[in-house]
Design a protein. Sequence first.
Length: 164
Amino acid sequence: MAIESCHWHSDRDTGLHCGRCSKPICVECMRQHPVGVRCKDCLVENRLPISQVSPAYIAKGTVAAVALGLVGMLALGTLLLIFPAAGFFFFILMTTLGFAIGEGVGFAVNHRKGRHYQYMAVGGVLLATAPIALISLFAFTPQALMDLIGIGIALSVAWQRRAI
């Protein structure tokens, strides 16, 4: 193996080469990469594909969050009319709502995860629970407090479903 000079530092001899472009590199210029050593030019810190954001995925996720939020609003309204004193069932319902909207947004964006998708899922839950939240914010009753806690549970579950 011949000793060559570093591509960037001609005064430094090296036996190392970039694993991608094969340029000779010195110890100062080498960068660790999951598949070996790379030079400064070839080191591209790619984000995980699961967390990449594109305008198409933002549009798909937003449409899914709004659609699921509206469907969730109708379903919540119907279920709470049938069972007005839902009790513990309300917390199960809110957990299911958060899970469904979080996973629905994930399905629409090819199961990608990350902060943008978390915001979409939370937006869908806020849309679905808006009537309950508005009524509960202005009613100072124990039931209103339980409603807000249930909404918090739904928001938390939706947020976690899209977390990395």
